[in-house]
Ligand binder design. Sequence first.
Ligand SMILES: *Cc1c(COP(=O)(O)O)cnc(C)c1O
Length: 592
Amino acid sequence: MSENQSKPFSYEIFPQCGIVAYFSMEIAIDPKMPTYSGGLGVLAGDTLRSAADLGVPLVAFTLAHRQGYFQQVLDSNGVQSEQSQPWNPADRLKEIPVRVTVSIEDRVVTVRAWRYDVVGRYGHIVPIFLLDTDLDGNTAWDRGLTDHLYGGDSNYRLQQEIILGMGGVRILNALGLTTNVYHMNEGHAALLTLALLESQLGGGPALPITESDVAAVQAKCVFTTHTPVPAGHDRFSTEQAIRILGGERTARLEKLDCITDGFLNMTTMALRFSRYANGVALKHGAVSRAMFPKNNIDSITNGVHAPTWLSEPMQNLFDKHIPAWRRDNLYLRNAIDLPVAELIDVHDQAKQTLFTEIATVTGKVLNPNVLTLGFARRAATYKRADLLFTDPQRLAEIAQAAGGLQIIYGGKAHPQDQPGKAIIKKVIETAAKLSNDSLRIIYLENYNWELGALLTAGVDVWVNTPRRPYEASGTSGMKAALNGVPSLSILDGWWIEGCIENVTGWAIEDGEDDLAEAFALYRKLESSVLPLYRSGMEKWAEIMRTTIAHNGSFFNTNRMVKQYTRNSYYPVQLTEETNVVEPAFVKAGTRD
Ligand SMILES: *Cc1c(COP(=O)(O)O)cnc(C)c1O
């Protein structure tokens, strides 16, 4: 990737179709730019990297987030505190010579944009426009609106969403780009439809609307939902909408059924104005259809950008034995024939790189010959980072009997998420009490892109323990799979599709409650994972090969962006025929 190029971007494929404009509140653009918080932003970044590789004519919009998300500091008791991550877009990016305005409360706010170019493998460029209100002429409050990712209260959030959706559409128009598809990545971007509706009406908010105006907007919009539970959907009270968006706009949205039970629900709004919508895994599509039964919601399972998440030695191994993998990740199916000895060697290198980093930052030395589990993700309560500690004594006994076990944790809790912070504290406290010669547990501070890449490549098994059905997809296990690291996980999200027992990893069987699932986790660790590891690296390398062949070849954004291109952006045909029939294993949420 290179920055600051002002070459025009090209329209190599589908020139008749115009551009896709992709809108996301967060995008993991570069490890040194704090413009993301977690899975949603990483997915957005990986999507754009693959779109650039594949030559899809796409441009993207997000906010500059001048103060970033936050840097996590953990004290010795496991208490999290936060530091902001100020960065200056001018140090890295070029400002584009275009300014637009949006109206917020009763103010006119000027918006500018910084451009970053994602350069694909064959030179195709996907420009990202980072919107910024830090301008003379805006009030001090408005200058701060593009500072904090997921900071402030819901008033701040709604104002940011006006900038993203309405500001983004206006920048696009000012640039004169013919755009036929607007992709809302999660409901945060839903207000772009309001800007489109207003330009459809030729201006002012007070004009009457017909269904054909709505249809004209729908024809251009597609939507991806990422949220599997009703409480997770972004929404604002009618009072907030009237105060911040304005009375006439709010009345219009009410007429168009976007306001229910006194709330403007951004998912409802995005669905109302889209011709196509999808969830991010087969199961999540089904869960979303149950939540929004009036809508036809398809499924496109998430992926990760393979070259971004593969360790350097693994990339070299693929280049040697499967040279076509960079052009088309499906060729990773041929990993089934990788020489076992080379695969073991490459994984050892990734493990050593991780352990060296851990020794540098913590002073703790881990043993490369001991089975090492990884668990790192947002410290949200539903992810149950403490599930492994349900019965600490049992865990200690398992480790002792196996002749050693190492567990590496990481993850930030949102600054306002007190229960999430309590889980981090509990994990760190328990780790301190339990750690002994046979059981080593480490919690790494400030989980981010770079640490995520080291961990998913360097551990032996990736663990995920969400409470069903809260995990829409999950993508960290996909990064692990590409690196030949099998998963030990609850059957939720992508893992329902990815788990083949003893071939790509292991399922933690569904239980009635947390306790039952914790025992299922201990059983699987004790009776399947540890015995296989002890049976020798040759046997272990077999599961590494099948993990890459089955899951690395599929759970990548190279495949995913092709699906978006033909199912969502430029559909082969516009029909009602979406994935309403589920495979039996998705229905049941389990598979044998
Ligand atoms: C991949 C990634 C995630 C997503 O992890 P899941 O828990 O699998 O959804 C979150 N944060 C970072 C830094 C990542 O790299």
